[in-house]
Design a protein around this ligand. Structure first.
Ligand code: F6R
Length: 642
């Protein structure tokens, strides 16, 4: 058996997991390492004149891997002539050329760009009549067996721990079969199918047994949204509720993770429980706050016994009594709270999160979608303006795909009525209107909007964003619409970040020369718009780093709409009164197209203002629970040092 280059690449003597897990800086580096292992295996098999049998997955996780394999083929001459592939699954029913079929996915991502023989690519058939599926599935397995079994199986992991479409409840010896998809899986897939009602209910999947029989298994997981299930499946019990946990019993499996997906593993999240650690300030803060929350005690009530009984005795040995450590951490947390997010002029700022000077700052808020500014930092946004800073907001993308067709029609209609009322004769308007009406009425689920429909949708969101900014008090010259090109595909799948995107970010920073930049530091979805927008800001800031005005520029990250920073990470917490919470709610209300069952609702049925309020209340609640002042709500920020 080929020795894994991935495992050799990193050093893990200390581990807490029951599965070999390897963490990489990011998913791109990780995907390259996995591609290298696959390429090495293909070459070994070539030299042995043997076929190389690969088990392949779809979904977002293996996209980078496939891109790298294509590169190796094109630039390094890696041949796939001896490769036979078996895909894990396919939706059922599903035509092979449908937009969301896995056949189409595999062709687009891999098969169309390499020299693999089409007859060597097996993907479960989504077009069979139901009564033929069982025999088809057993023939699929026989084919794998006849070729000597899978040499290397690539897997992704579902939020519920599914591998392939073996959902919670699948047995370890389950066979290839037709399965019903879990609600969680369907919700995750619904973004590709324009809503849950269009999302398939069933799929054909390779069974757990064949996955377990693969000679080598590599599971890929990226992003914070996978962190919890990675911890459960690697550290928890082997259970059919979490099918990925079966892999604990496989003798040659590696979970390849990026930093975010690995972030909840005990050795990363609470390394002091696993090994002797070097107690940095950051680690002490994390450990002590974690202890207080675990015991549901205010920080100042923690005792020596609490530390000792929870694996933190060496902290006492090094730093003295609980009393001293508690006070230190309490003060640190206290100093994160400020009602002056732009700094308090003429005040001693040695224990404040922001500088006092200059008293009037230029502030640039980047908002990935047209509503992230108000949802995630609406209270702070308003305070910054009210405290006299020159606040600019830059809406990075148009957000057009999140507007429902009916909304677009309603607004297009408005223009027609407006023209008629004021006797404005415009043939062009009529023509566009008719074209849009026809295209939206004839549109099949998953079909892309015509550009005119997308523009109308973008305009709707533009108007809403402007309304919010006016509500906060900004004038038009401080409101900037970037409409970054990477976003403008009309589909969920966006282009990668391009030079033009970065340059326009550089330009806006350079023209404003801000003392503060706020950006959405959303790491939960590695392929999502927020992450791309953040990368654009990071890249732009790094490019501008040497400019003198950047010496005075601090970058603060708020979280996206879905998550909040960990309490131990927060460096600035801006409190809100009950009245300010209400004002923020009204600011969010300006985004009417995003109310009442939006296009991309996800699994959370709450409206955006509810999510925002719950989240801000929760942060305030944590400060209260830890023994600090009790506010109605709090917005939280982390500083990014470039
Ligand atoms: C795909 C498959 C699924 C996915 C899993 C993760 O063929 O069988 O198990 O691997 O749902 O999907 P992503 O990678 O999109 O998060």
């Amino acid at each position: 058996m080929l020795k894994s280059t991935i495992d050799k690449a990193t050093d893990f003597e200390k581990r807490f997991e029951n599965i070999n897990t390897v963490m990489f800086e990011d998913s791109q580096v990780a995907s390259k390492a996995v591609a290298k292992e696959i390429a090495d295996l293909i070459k070994v098999k070539q030299s042995q004149k043997q076929p190389c049998i690969l088990g392949l997955a779809t979904g977002s996780s293996p996209k980078g891997l496939y891109a790298e394999l294509v590169r190796l083929h094109k630039e390094k001459g890696l041949s796939f002539k001896n490769v036979v592939t078996f895909n894990l699954d396919e939706y059922y029913p599903m035509e092979p050329d449908a937009v969301n079929s896995y056949v189409r996915f595999m062709k687009k991502m891999l098969f169309d760009h390499i020299d693999i023989l089409p007859e060597n690519c097996y993907i479960p058939d989504g077009t069979l009549p139901k009564d033929k599926i069982a025999s088809y599935c057993s023939a699929y397995e026989k084919k794998i067996e006849a070729l000597g079994g899978i040499d290397l199986q690539i897997l992704g992991i579902g939020g519920n721990g599914h591998i392939g479409f073996n959902e919670s409840g699948s047995l370890q010896n389950s066979k290839t079969r037709l399965v019903a998809l879990d609600h969680i899986t369907r919700v995750a897939a619904s973004k590709d199918f324009a809503g849950l009602s269009n999302t398939p209910r069933t799929a054909i999947t390779l069974g757990v047994k064949k996955i377990m029989e693969a000679k080598r298994v590599i599971l890929l997981a990226w992003g914070e949204s996978k962190a919890a299930i990675i911890k459960t499946s690697t550290e928890g019990q082997v259970t059919n509720q979490v099918p990925a946990s079966f892999l604990q019993e496989h003798n040659n499996v590696t979970f390849v993770l990026d930093k975010e997906a690995a972030s909840k593993l005990t050795r990363i999240n609470a390394p002091w429980l696993v090994e002797k650690v070097n107690w940095t300030d950051r680690l002490i803060r994390k450990a002590v706050l974690g202890l207080a929350m675990h015991l549901k005690k205010p920080i100042l009530m923690l005792t020596d016994a609490d530390y000792i009984e929870n694996g933190m005795s060496d902290l006492l040995a090094e730093f003295g009594q609980a009393y001293d450590i508690n006070i230190k951490i309490f003060n640190k947390l206290q100093h994160t709270i400020t009602g002056w997010p732009g700094g308090k002029p003429n005040a001693d700022d040695s224990h404040r999160p922001e500088r006092a000077e200059p008293g009037k700052k230029r502030v640039l808020i980047f908002s990935p979608h047209p509503d992230d500014d108000i949802i995630s930092m609406g209270g702070t946004f308003r305070r910054l303006h009210e405290q006299g800073h020159e606040v600019h907001v830059a809406y990075q993308t148009s957000g057009n795909i999140a507007v429902a067709d009916e909304e677009a029609l309603r607004f297009a209609n408005f223009v027609i009525d407006f023209n008629a009322k004021f006797d404005i004769k415009s043939e062009a308007t009529e023509k566009i209107y008719k074209k849009v009406v026809k295209s939206l009425t004839d549109k099949k689920p998953s079909e892309i909007d015509i550009p005119e429909a997308r523009y109308i949708k973008g305009l709707i969101r533009k108007g809403e964003a402007r309304a919010t900014s006016h509500f906060v008090g900004l004038t038009d010259d401080r409101i900037h619409f970037m409409e970054m090109p990477f976003y403008e595909t009309g589909t969920i799948d966006k282009h990668p970040l391009g030079e033009e995107d970065i340059q326009m970010t550089v330009d806006i920073i350079e023209s404003i020369k801000p003392h503060q930049i706020y950006a959405a530091g959303d790491l939960a979805d590695p392929h999502g718009t927020h992450k791309v927008c953040l990368d654009a800001v990071f890249k732009a800031v790094r490019r501008l780093k040497e400019k003198p005005f950047m010496d005075d520029c601090w970058v603060w990250l708020y979280r996206g709409a879905w998550q909040e920073w960990g309490i131990d990470e927060i460096e600035m917490a801006v409190p809100m009164s009950p009245d300010q919470v209400l004002e923020k709610r009204h600011g969010i209300f300006k985004h009417q197209s995003q109310k009442d069952g939006v296009v991309f609702q996800g699994s959370d049925a709450r409206e955006f203002w509810q999510r925002a309020e719950d989240r801000n209340k929760e942060t305030a609640g944590l400060y209260d629970q830890l023994g600090l002042a009790h506010y109605a709500a709090m917005e939280a920020f982390v500083r990014w040092h470039f």
